[in-house]
Design a protein around this ligand. Structure first.
Ligand SMILES: Nc1ncnc2c1ncn2[C@@H]1O[C@H](COP(=O)(O)OP(=O)(O)OP(=O)(O)O)[C@@H](O)[C@H]1O
Length: 264
C-alpha cells in the first residue's frame, strides 16, 4: 500500500509558496530521508503530512486519505529543541502522554494500561532504567529516544521525525540511529526523517528526497546522491565520495537553529 502520495503539491504560508510542485510516492514500510538546507521546506512538508499545516494546493494523501483523516495513523517527533522543559515530567510521564491520544480519542487520565505500555516502549528504546528520572535531566540522545518512545505509544503506521540527530554528539547520534534501525526492522512502520546531514542515516534510508523550496531529486540513495545533484544545491565544493561501498556526502551544510516556539 502507498503510505504517502503527493502530486503537484505546493505548500503555502499566507498565500506565499514555501515548497512548490512536489510529486512523490512512498510505499508502506519504507524509510525516506528528507534532505535540504535551512529553509528548504523540510519541516513544512512534514507538518503538512501530519495535518498540522493545511494551506496547500495539489494532491496529498496519507494511506489513501486526507492527512487529517489519517492523523491516528501518524506519529510525529518534533525537533527536541522545541520542547518546553519547565514542566517537571519524568521520562515515563513524557512517554505516557503519547498514549493519551489514541484511535481518535483524547484520554485525560493516564491509566495503568497506558503506564504499562509506556514502560514497555521505554524499554524498547533502551531506556527502561531511566523511567523515573526527570526528562529535562536526561542527555540529548536519551531525550530524543524518549520522544521516539512517546511517538510509538499510538502504534503509528507512519512516523515523521524532524531532525532527530541535530545537536547530538557522535555517540548520541549512534544511540538514536540504532533505535531508528530497530524500529525499521522490528515494526512495520513507514518513516520520513528530515536531516541536514544524511551520512549517519544512510544505512536505514531506502529513499532520499532532496528539496530546496522545490523538489530537486527523489529516488534511491545512489540515484539522488550524485555530485551533479548535490552541487546544484550546495555549490561547487559539495561532493559525494564512495567509501568502502558506501556513499559519503560532503555538503558543508550545518543545522542553523531557528526557534519558532512550540511545546511539549
Ligand atoms: N509559520 C510560518 N509562517 C511563515 N513562514 C514560514 C513558517 N514556517 C516556515 N516558514 C517559511 O517556510 C520556509 C521553509 O521553512 P521550513 O522550516 O519548512 O524549512 P526547513 O527546511 O525545515 O529548515 P530548517 O532546516 O532550518 O529547519 C522558510 O522560508 C520559512 O521561513
Amino acid at each position: 500500500m502507498t503510505a504517502v502520495e503527493a502530486e503537484n503539491l505546493t505548500i503555502l504560508y499566507e498565500g506565499k509558496p514555501a515548497l512548490s510542485d512536489v510529486t512523490f510516492r512512498l510505499d508502506e514500510g519504507k524509510t525516506l530521508l528528507l534532505l535540504g538546507p535551512n529553509g528548504a521546506g523540510k519541516t513544512t512538508l512534514l507538518k503538512t503530512i501530519a495535518c498540522f499545516h493545511r494551506e496547500y494546493r495539489g494532491k496529498l494523501l496519507v494511506f489513501g486519505r486526507d492527512p487529517c483523516d489519517a492523523r491516528h495513523l501518524i506519529g510525529y517527533v518534533p525537533q527536541s529543541s522545541s520542547l518546553n522543559e519547565r514542566v517537571p515530567l519524568t521520562a515515563l510521564e513524557v512517554v505516557a502522554m503519547g498514549g493519551l491520544y489514541r484511535r481518535g480519542f483524547v484520554h485525560f487520565k493516564i491509566s495503568e494500561e497506558i503506564l504499562r505500555k509506556a514502560e514497555e516502549v521505554l524499554t524498547f528504546v533502551g531506556l527502561g532504567h531511566v523511567k523515573d528520572r526527570l526528562f529535562r535531566e536526561l542527555s540529548g540522545g536519551q531525550k530524543q529516544r524518549v520522544l521516539l518512545a512517546r511517538a510509538l505509544m499510538s502504534d503509528p503506521k507512519l512516523l515523521l521525525l524532524d531532525e532527530p540527530l541535530s545537536a547530538l554528539d557522535p555517540s548520541a547520534r549512534a544511540e538514536v540511529t540504532n533505535v531508528l534501525s530497530k524500529i525499521k526492522s522490528e515494526k512495520n512502520v513507514t518513516m520520513i526523517i528530515t536531516t541536514h546531514d544524511i551520512n549517519p542515516l544512510l544505512e536505514i534510508g531506502d529513499l532520499v528526497m532532496l528539496i530546496n523550496k522545490r523538489l530537486i531529486a527523489f529516488g534511491r540513495p545512489e540515484e539522488v546522491l550524485t555530485d551533479g545533484v548535490i552541487k546544484s544545491v550546495y555549490g561547487p565544493l559539495a561532493k559525494v565520495i564512495p567509501v568502502g561501498g558506501k556513499l559519503y556526502c560532503i555538503t558543508g551544510d550545518f543545522h542553523l537553529h531557528r526557534d519558532r516556539g512550540g511545546g511539549l
